[in-house]
Design a binder for this molecule. Sequence first.
Ligand code: DOR
Length: 427
Amino acid sequence: MNVLIKNGRIVTASGERLSDVLISGAIVAEVGTNLAPPDGCQVLDASGCVISPGFVDLHTHMREPGREEAETIETASRAAAKGGYTCVVAMPNTDPAQDTVAVVEFVKLQGERAGLCDVRPSGCITLGRLGETLVPFGALQAAGVHVFTDDGTGVQNHTLMRRAMEYAKDLGIVLAQHCEIASMTEGAVMHEGSCCSHLGLPGWPALAEELMVYRDIELCRITGARVHILHLSTARSVDLVRAAKADGLPITAEATPHHISLTDEQLRGFDPLFKVNPPLRTRDDIEALKRGLKDGTIDAIATDHAPHAPHTKELALDAAPPGMLGLETALGVVLAETDLSLAEVIDRMSVAPARIAGVADQHGCEVAVGSPANITVFDPEITWSVVPEELASKSRNTPYVGRTLKGRVRHTILRGEAVVVDGEAKK
Ligand code: DOR
């Protein structure tokens, strides 16, 4: 099977050039201009579009097993492919949690069955994400897990986290931390600040995140483990990561599209659509996150795609679960809201996350002869609005209705197969 992508441009840090890309099997066979389609070749128009390595999401909640009313691995994979992702790291707060080889194998298998995206399960750090007993890291690594996290909660116990880092250092795995001191956020529904005081709602202090960012940086310093900080949301967290990197520590970090585009002011209408963990912060935090993304302090943009079924998300603000959809809108938010160059967008959404996820042999590779054909073709200029009914995700909890997004995925190629063509995912 051949696919020929016509009239796109390949963008790298050193410039851009108009290009066609011929894919043969699962590999890029030719890159050049005026390439002719071999017999029977599928031709995809890329006029006005960027031909990029496929995006990699470090942070996707696929909800299967256990919460299939909100999302399945198939519907999340379809949403991912439509958003330009060729690989996602599946978060472990499933039911049962991803703390055994059996559950991890199940997630991988469901990903292969869906065939729309390379699904890489993360593993828990502690059994059941209860923060008490470490998982069998070696067995899970042997089953292909590279990123370990208790996401949804942070590991509270300092000594346990230190032990986890000692294992991680030995094994060469990544520990991804959800930074939240639980005792400081009990009952909190939104960022602790003037807006929250006005509304009389219990607040979620920035310090609850920053203390754990600080602790994990210091544990990283004494263990040498690779630590990835999930969904950074405050200005001070960005400063802490910047200083840790300046000290040469093996720390990486991500920010979400929602934390760089929405503030706590959105909660004035008490709408649970805007409830998320960590919470939406202030304009100053947004500016700090954007500076961090621009200067590389924040390595990656990750969606924290968190589908919730309407019957849960439509509860009152204090009862509704935190989380927002992200896969299908990430690119459109990033191009609309940041001043990242196209090369920087490709780095933060594909190259850097591929490296952190340990999939850089397959994803985030420069579009060049011999590279794996995991590719996304996107129009960086087109503006559009979200129509919730048109989302591939099984849930509808997007906060972007009524906002104009910029940039949209046109085609996605997974292992040489066009899984999205002209914005439509294969059935
Ligand atoms: O808002 C969030 N939702 N943050 C998390 O860390 C977990 C996620 C979820 O699983 O719904």
